[in-house]
Design a protein around this ligand. Structure first.
Ligand SMILES: [Ca+2]
Ligand SMILES: [Ca+2]
Ligand SMILES: [Ca+2]
Ligand SMILES: [Ca+2]
Length: 384
């Protein structure tokens, strides 16, 4: 039983690198974030930040500087008018402008109070500005936009923070997204698939990619009053399918729809699940336990594509846990059409503060379309 109350939905992460999930958030007895360490259930101050945590937050536990160790990304609010992002690497504030990482940060925004104009911006380490990757929300004569979030506890209607759910539905190696959009002049609200395509205008040129909305996807168009849409692998075949939640007859009723991905591409994937290799009670002797899916592992592959160019992809497992993050407990990385072996696949797991060496394991020559289950054992020396 917890004897404290969190002000906002907490973030599940691994603060001390023991592969037992810990819980991060601001509680009723301090204005600074605290951490509840999993296992012994003790409370500790998490970090020294001057800013308040923004509510609803979109904190994340993911590697941002390419050292395979998850970092802490926070959404904070130094005063009531500003929201800012802070990145903490080894508990020290990390400026977004150095390094040269590959994790990219996508930000869906409303440019005005009622969301008449929406946009998605992107930034990453080494890029000190926000680049628009989607600004065109017009379909024929209709302009669509994100659904504004109302933090109103008295309202009977549930409001959902603006969120993109990421997954590579066509396995071309470029992550696509699902978003809920609302007709700015009517009342219709539905889920749309945003495909990650090559950039075709000046504003996104420096990041080379952008999103294109699939307006005519009849299966999604049929679901009215959608509120959440996310990817899920039905049948565990490595091909991502879609789950949509929509409003039912009353405000408190929701209906769940599942859409099977009929995309028949000659594209390949690799699916990676990272577990903890720990067991909590009733542990059989001499048998290595499986454990459960962990927050924070970082996965990267390198290979060469059919034209001989170096290609890589990366993903973090369970980086977010609050506010309908609905992330998958595994990662499916699209490989495109190249059926080549993956030359290298790396998996890194969180490590305790002060430990110098990175907890990382490497595999070579992985066959495409394989599903890998990674059990770091023992977790403090996973190289064995
Ligand atoms: Ca832990
Ligand atoms: Ca890191
Ligand atoms: Ca894609
Ligand atoms: Ca599937």
């Amino acid at each position: 039983m917890l004897n404290k109350t969190f002000h906002d939905e907490p973030l599940v992460m691994d603060f001390n690198g023991d592969l037992i999930p810990d819980v991060f958030g601001v509680t009723s007895d301090s204005s600074k974030p605290q951490i509840l360490i999993g296992g012994n259930l003790s409370w500790h101050p998490a970090l020294e930040t001057q800013s308040k945590m923004y509510i609803p937050h979109s904190h994340a536990f993911i590697d941002l500087n390419n050292d395979f160790t998850a970092d802490l990304f926070l959404t904070t609010s130094p005063n009531s008018k500003t929201i800012q992002f802070e990145t903490w690497v080894n508990k020290t504030f990390f400026s977004l402008t150095d390094g040269d990482g590959q994790s990219e940060h996508l930000l869906p925004v409303c440019e005005d109070e009622t969301c008449q104009r929406s946009a998605i911006y992107l930034t990453k380490l080494g890029l000190d500005q926000w680049i628009p990757v989607l600004q065109d929300f017009r379909n024929k004569d209709t302009v669509w936009g994100f659904v504004p979030y109302h933090n109103d506890k008295s309202s009977t209607e549930t409001s959902f923070p603006i969120t993109l759910h990421i997954g590579d539905y066509n396995m071309d190696g470029y992550p696509d997204a699902l978003a809920i959009l609302k007709n700015t002049s009517g009342s219709n609200q539905q889920a749309f698939l945003l495909e990650n395509v090559p950039c075709n205008n000046m504003s996104c040129k420096s990041v080379r990619r952008m999103f294109k909305v699939f307006w005519e996807l009849s299966d999604l168009n049929q679901i009215k009053d959608a509120v959440v849409a996310t990817f899920f692998d039905i049948y565990e075949d490595g091909i991502l399918d879609i789950i949509v939640l929509s409003k039912g007859y009353s405000n408190k009723d929701f209906a769940i729809h599942t859409l099977k991905n009929n995309f028949e591409a000659d594209a390949y994937f690799v699916k990676v699940i990272v577990l903890s290799g720990l067991c909590s009670n009733d542990c059989p002797r001499k048998i290595t336990p499986f454990g459960v899916n962990q927050p924070g592992p970082y996965i990267m592959y390198t290979t060469v594509d059919a034209n001989g160019y170096l290609k890589n992809g990366s993903a973090g497992q369970l980086s977010q846990s609050a506010h309908y993050a609905l992330q998958l407990p595994y990662n499916v990385l699209g490989l495109g059409r190249s059926a080549n072996f993956l030359d290298h696949l790396y998996v890194g797991i969180p490590r305790p503060l002060g430990e110098k060496s990175i907890r990382k394991q490497e595999w070579t020559a992985i066959i495409p379309n394989s599903q890998l289950i990674v059990i770091p054992y023992p977790h403090n020396v996973p190289r064995r």
